[in-house]
Design a protein around this ligand. Structure first.
Ligand code: DI6
Ligand code: FE
Length: 398
């Protein structure tokens, strides 16, 4: 059988059967798609245009970050310093900080400036084997600025060998011009922004921040209804700071994922299990905000809810651009197993993006997105901190 490229003499972590690697594995690729991924001894006889000897290195699916706010203007390092010195989130918000400071910087930035600012963050993720990333809007909070964020995100996917999925997060925070009129802002989100940006092909999914400092469940539901009208899947920032039963609401709309979930209860877990909604845990935000309430991992596990892990890369609560560190934090802080951490940045992250048919495992028919690592065991990817053992990264076969 002919193929474009073979990777041989590799350990394979296909993510189809847990965290146990196949020794003496082989991957065959044609036209950017995996033809075969499995033991060399049971492989068809391939005639390859190119063969790479992997010298026993580990091949995993390319990593997937399914929750980021990678595109934004400005920095919040000074605000963070003030927080270290004891300032509260409210004090900072009153002084013009918080999400509104990022909104101002984002509104002032051109599409080109947003791309320039986001590229080093994207490249840091890619340097650790990332091949697919989700990028949210939500710091423009007005039609034109939200459009610029989404266009910048799409553009990043054209500039680098990486797949970008965009999520519209217009309902992230209330912009100052709508102070005291959250429903009026949701009118704008649902009647103007979603229709226009969906029409322009800029939205792959719709998200909202359902929280005391964000939007109510009723407002969130209006956003979900508008998304459904445009045939767009939904996700939700839910149960991060309190339990508003957002995950249940999201599940009732067949959400791809509910994210954060520190305050999720048993009823929320059951609803997510019934709808197949992925639980995306964000240990970077948990760490950076010094959260003390843990997400209900044991309940999620017992109910069979797929668990994803993501960076939540954002300037306020998780300035993290490492999925390897997110995995280590998932294990250390949330007590996920190595296998759960690895599934969290591959197969379950693919599910959280509605892409499980295309990416997330090494199997025939999926896109040939690979990360090749200089490690002896899969656990090494989760165990170390601040060390990058990536040897090579393959996106769509090259
Ligand atoms: N949850 C978060 O932790 C971030 N957004 C959200 O919905 C905070 C974003 C920021 O502070 O800029
Ligand atoms: Fe987020």
């Amino acid at each position: 059988m002919s193929c474009d490229q073979l990777w041989r003499d590799a350990q394979l972590l296909t993510m189809k059967q847990g965290a146990c690697a196949i020794m003496d594995g082989l991957v065959a690729m044609r036209d950017g798609i995996i033809l075969y991924a499995g033991p060399a001894r049971t492989a068809p006889d391939f005639q390859a245009a190119r063969t790479t000897a992997c010298e026993g290195r580990l091949i995993t699916p390319g990593l997937i970050d399914c929750h980021t706010h990678l595109v934004h203007g400005g920095s919040r390092a000074e605000e963070w310093q003030a927080r270290l010195a004891g300032a509260s989130y409210e004090e900072i918000a009153q002084a013009g900080g918080g999400i509104v400071s990022t909104m101002k910087a984002t509104r002032q930035a051109s599409e080109e400036a947003l791309i320039t600012a986001a590229l080093p963050r994207l490249e840091a993720l890619m340097a650790e084997g990332l091949t697919t990333v989700e990028i949210k809007s939500g710091y423009g909070l007005a039609l034109e600025a939200e459009r610029r964020m989404l266009r910048a995100a799409r553009q990043l996917g054209k500039m680098r060998k990486v797949t970008v999925k965009t999520t519209f997060l217009g309902a992230h925070a209330l912009p100052p011009e709508f102070a005291g009129d959250a429903d009026g802002y949701i009118d704008l989100v649902t009647k103007v922004m979603i229709p226009a940006l969906a029409e322009e092909g800029l939205i792959d999914a719709v998200d909202a921040f359902c929280e005391g400092i964000g939007f109510t469940p009723a407002q969130t539901e209006r956003v979900f209804t508008a998304a459904a009208r445009h045939g767009l899947p939904v996700k939700l920032h839910a149960e991060q700071l309190s339990n508003l039963h957002g995950a249940q609401l999201a599940a009732s709309y067949g959400a791809l994922s509910a994210d954060h979930l520190e305050h999720l209860d048993a009823a929320g877990v059951a609803a997510m299990a019934a709808s197949g909604t992925v639980a995306t845990l964000l240990p970077g935000a948990f760490y950076f905000t010094r959260e003390t309430v843990l997400p209900p991992v044991a309940l999620l596990r017992a109910a069979g809810v797929p668990i994803a892990l993501a960076t939540d890369c954002n300037p306020g609560t998780s300035p993290l651009t490492s999925l390897l560190l997110a995995m280590n934090m998932g294990a250390t802080l949330f007590r996920l197993t190595v296998e759960e951490c690895l599934a969290g940045v591959t197969i379950n992250a693919a599910r959280a993006l509605g892409m499980a048919d295309e990416i997330g495992t090494l199997e025939p028919g999926k896109r040939c997105d690979l990360a090749i690592w200089d490690v002896d065991h899969p656990a090494d990817l989760v165990y170390r901190m601040g060390f990058n053992p990536l040897h090579a990264r393959i996106w769509s076969g090259s």
